[in-house]
Design a protein around this ligand. Structure first.
Ligand code: DX5
Ligand code: ZN
Length: 228
């Protein structure tokens, strides 16, 4: 990964991609301006949906030239950290709600050579990450309840995003927002202080690997909206 910067990053979530064509989809979104590639891992236990695991992350890896941003919606996390490191994740994000020992989990993620992220469900207050700020490279604020793409953005989360941004201060920690980000909500989260915007349906909507310029138009529109 390159040096830390707080510039706006658009991270398309491949949850909204064609699951039969992940390699081509990843290449398409990167060619069309994606800054990071957001990879949603779900276990049918922590969230009510199942996607894929480390083997698929490993299969996608050679197609990613930017940053592979892996969002774990699984519990437990610790038994799988080494598998995701071997699979080539750059950032590995675990939910603070996923187990009783998030501090140990974050240290293990860094210990395995990855950047460590901590994610917060909508019902979890910003204060939950205050004791963890020395142990994270990224804080992910969910703006929908995790599990599915295409849900409606939860506006009450904007105050939490602003509180997280204030808490982060000058630390080299990214503030990522995930869920319901589109051209209408991107300006709100950027204004509240987010620097990494995950967008699934708003990026992939209307396009395909054959019509990838649509992805480019969608990414550009979200970026322009966020930058005001
Ligand atoms: C939700 C996932 C998100 C999801 C976002 O559980 O973590 O990354 O793909 O999808 P949209 O942008 O459609 O809300
Ligand atoms: Zn996600």
């Amino acid at each position: 990964m390159t040096a830390f910067d707080r510039n706006l990053k658009i991270a398309p979530s491949i949850l909204s991609a064609d699951f039969a064509a992940f390699g081509a989809e990843v290449r398409a979104i990167e060619a069309q301006g994606a800054d990071w590639v957001h990879v949603d891992v779900m276990d049918g236990h922590f969230v009510p949906n199942i996607t894929f695991g480390p083997q698929l992350v490993r299969a996608i890896r050679p197609h990613v030239t930017t940053v592979m941003d892996v969002h774990l919606m699984i519990a437990p996390v610790d038994p799988y950290i080494d598998a995701f490191a071997d699979a080539g994740a750059d950032i590995l994000t675990a939910h603070v709600e996923a187990g009783p020992h998030i501090h140990r989990t974050l240290q293990a993620i860094r210990g395995a050579g990855m950047k460590a992220g901590v994610a917060l469900n909508p019902g979890t207050p910003a204060e939950a990450v205050a004791p963890l700020l020395d142990d994270v490279d990224l804080v992910l604020a969910m703006t929908v309840n995790p599990g599915f793409g295409g849900q409606k953005f939860l506006h009450p989360m904007l105050d939490k995003i602003a509180a997280l941004r204030a808490m982060i201060g000058n630390r080299e920690i990214h503030l990522e927002v995930d869920g319901g980000v589109d051209t209408a909500t991107a300006p709100l989260v950027a204004q509240a202080g987010a620097d990494a915007l995950v967008a699934g349906s708003a990026v992939f909507r209307g396009g395909s690997v054959e019509t990838a310029s649509v992805y480019g138009e969608n990414i550009a529109a979200i970026r322009a909206a966020a930058q005001g």
